[in-house]
Write a new protein. Structure first.
Lengths: 545, 164
């Protein structure tokens, strides 16, 4: 070893420097201090500015919150007509509800003698309390609407089909949870509307007694009573019920919903991204702008068919069943997720928040007088999304409140397993024939529902007619306007399946019927039902009392 | 090569019905599922109340002679109508049997529910609307001190009178 070599070793130089120049560590410390912000940023974001495709990919891939997104997204996915942004809007509303909800929890007290007072405090004393409550209430309504529209979008674009069947079921779970969150939140203000709407809801939970009584088995098997006691912790809505609804509303249901939302999003990735029609991927299409472009095009020109990424995908394919992202095609028609998809998500987020803020500033969430268990609200109307059910409940408590909703939810959840036709996915209504089926079905449902409602209002039902006034309850339970709708809709969709020889068309017919039925019943119960659940042309005709 | 054979054997084992190993595996899996279900049911026992806040459902309505013959008295707190006629007393709950709203008693003695339009006659029988059964007749007794006592959770057959 020569002297030269020893001298040139950096280790030794450093050691020598340390012993000789005592001012150096301090200077190093000062330098560290100055460069700390930059060093911190580099430790937080480990890649450079997203100016290259590689850095853009890393921006998505190495970020905990963004890594649920693919680094490249198909152009079809960010077109407005693909999703209408409804999924993102629903998520934004859920986050908005969590934030405003936690803020409201700071002042709200779930005790029957304090709850209403704390609501008044929130409305009139707490800084920004009124705005937070308004945004919370309007976001809750908007979330129910967005979930339903999102479901309709997924249905009409065939997004429930293989391999997305299970995610459709998860979505149904989220739909039910959203309604559960709304229902449990409805009691908390402890005003008249809350008390009586929940009294009705709890008695719907008890309504299986209608069936068990008719069968004479209530003594041994009293499902209705069990459900009501589980829900209320008492025989009537009171302190026990309030604390139960509070626990469900602020912890149990939000946590379950958060987990299911995670599963829902994760499955979108695992099921191959958003559904898209085959025409979005023509076999020979020039590469998109900004789409992966130079390297891919160069390798294609050079006749290289297997990029390193493709090899990796193939390795995964050995483990996976079914179709995987097409090897060598993953660059085609895709754009970097950063910034394109992020812009779209950001725009949908800002739009949703803006609408909710404007609603919250302009309209106050209603608060009636304090709950009074001795005097019912007349009419005691549930929130709009339950009003269609309330109309059905006015025919039969069990069928309207338990039977028909269960049939609808179960039927919707089973759609992907009953309709397995492999036509082109991602096309609204599956094309022209589907649009025609949907239009005709909508007309059929509208005529049926309006005619039945007119008949019921004009002539009443079995009990109002002398010859049938004494029919047993079980007849009314199974034969009432509500069950007739369901039976007619089912018959109609079976007829459509036969006529078109297509289960997809039958599903489109059935879904459209229920959607139209839901809308008309909701409108009818909102506008045309007044005190004593009597028919009125408008609210102005209601008797004054 | 060995890997392929293993795969083949695995495939065979899943196809062949009822080998001993399958049975033990399935038994273990189902035991685990059963244990989970039972644990869930056990946990669900907690929110099933064994004592109710309204457990003392008996209320003193007053001495019998407080109520004139042919009179009806309403007890809003207990949602109860008390009737006295020549034969005796009976009490009808005003809680609608449809969905628990409070039926209002009209001048003619009939009951109308404001929530979904159920109608009942003067003795609580259903005459219209969605109510599945008649209004509840509540058990009446006389306490040792001679007070009229109603148990709002105990139903008696329609027409039952307390002779007093």
């Amino acid at each position: 070893m020569s002297e030269m070599e020893i001298k040139s070793s950096p280790m030794d130089q450093e050691a020598a420097g340390r012993s000789v120049r005592s001012g150096a560590p301090l200077r190093e410390f000062a330098r560290n201090l100055v460069t700390t912000p930059r060093e911190f940023r580099d430790s937080l974001i480990r890649h450079g500015r997203p100016t290259s495709d590689r850095a853009r990919s890393q921006t998505i891939f190495s970020n905990f919150f963004l890594h649920i997104l693919p680094v490249r997204t198909h152009v079809h996915s960010i077109k407005a007509a693909t999703t209408l942004g409804l999924g993102v809007a629903t998520l934004v509303l859920f986050v908005l509800l969590c934030v405003t909800g936690v803020l409201l929890m700071v002042y709200y007290k779930p005790a029957v003698d304090q709850a209403y007072d704390s609501m008044l405090d929130i409305m009139h004393v707490v800084p920004t309390g009124r705005l937070m409550r308004n945004v919370h209430r309007w976001s809750a309504h908007a979330m129910v609407a967005c979930v339903m529209l999102h479901m309709a979008r997924a249905f009409y674009t065939s997004a429930y089909k293989r391999p997305r069947q299970f995610n459709w079921v998860v979505g149904m779970g989220l739909f039910v949870l959203t309604l559960g969150l709304s229902f449990t939140g409805y009691l908390l203000p402890w005003d008249q509307l809350a008390f009586w709407a929940v009294t009705i809801g709890a008695n719907i939970a008890q309504s299986p007694q209608e069936l068990t009584d008719a069968l004479g088995v209530t003594g041994v098997f009293d499902l209705g009573r069990t459900q009501k006691e589980l829900l209320l912790g008492a025989h009537n809505v009171g302190q026990e019920a309030l604390i139960r609804f509070y626990v469900l509303h602020v912890i149990v249901l939000p946590v379950v919903a958060t987990v299911l939302i995670g599963v829902h999003f994760w499955r979108i990735r695992k099921d191959g991204g958003l559904v898209r029609p085959s025409r979005a991927d023509p076999p020979e299409l020039p590469l998109c702008k900004g789409g992966g472009t130079d390297a891919a095009a160069a390798s294609r020109r050079a006749g290289i068919t297997a990029s390193p990424a493709a090899v990796k995908t193939y390795g995964l394919m050995a483990l996976m069943k079914d179709r995987t992202p097409a090897v060598n095609r993953e660059m085609q028609n895709t754009i970097p997720t950063w910034p394109n998809v992020i812009y779209v998500i950001g725009a949908a987020t800002m739009f949703t928040v803006l609408i909710m803020l404007v609603l919250g500033v302009v309209f106050d969430a209603p608060l009636k007088e304090m709950a009074n268990p001795a005097v019912p609200e007349n009419p005691a109307k549930a929130p709009w999304y339950f009003l269609g059910l309330q109309e059905l409940v006015s025919y039969s408590a069990f069928m309207g409140g338990v039977g028909i909703p269960a049939i609808v939810v179960l039927g919707l959840a089973l759609v992907p397993y009953l309709d397995r036709e492999k036509e082109d996915y991602g096309v609204w209504f599956s094309g022209r024939r589907g649009r025609r089926v949907a239009t005709v079905s909508a007309l059929f449902a509208a005529v049926t529902v309006v005619a039945m409602l007119w008949f019921t209002v004009r002539f009443g039902w079995l009990r109002n007619w002398p010859s049938t006034s004494q029919v047993p309850q079980i007849v009314i339970t199974f034969f009432n306007p509500g069950t007739i709708f369901v039976a007619l809709f089912a018959t109609w969709s079976i007829a459509v399946v036969k006529a078109t020889r297509s289960t997809r068309m039958g599903a489109v017919a059935l879904f459209t019927c229920f959607l139209v039925g839901f809308v008309i019943l909701t409108y009818f119960a909102t506008v045309h039902r007044g005190p004593n659940w009597d028919f009125y042309w408008s609210m102005e005709d209601w008797p004054v009392h | 090569m060995r890997h392929e054979i293993n795969q083949l054997e695995t495939a065979k084992r899943f196809q062949a019905p009822g080998t001993r190993r399958d049975f033990l595996g399935l038994a273990a899996a189902w035991s685990a599922i059963l244990a989970l279900v039972m644990a869930m049911l056990g946990a669900m026992r907690l929110p099933m109340p064994s004592v109710f806040p309204e457990s003392n459902s008996k209320t003193k309505l007053g001495k019998p002679d407080r109520f004139a013959s042919q009179s009806t008295t309403y007890f809003p707190q207990h949602r109860l109508w008390l009737y006295r006629d020549d034969q005796g007393f009976h009490a009808i709950s005003s809680v609608c049997t449809h969905l628990g709203c409070i039926a209002e008693r009209a001048e003619d003695g009939q009951f109308h529910c404001p929530c979904h339009g159920s109608k009942f006659d003067a003795v609580g029988r259903v005459t219209g609307g969605p109510a599945p059964k008649g209004l509840m007749w509540v058990e009446l007794t006389v306490s040792p001190e001679g007070y009229l006592v109603a148990d709002t959770l105990k139903e008696v057959p329609q027409g039952t009178l307390l002779h007093a």
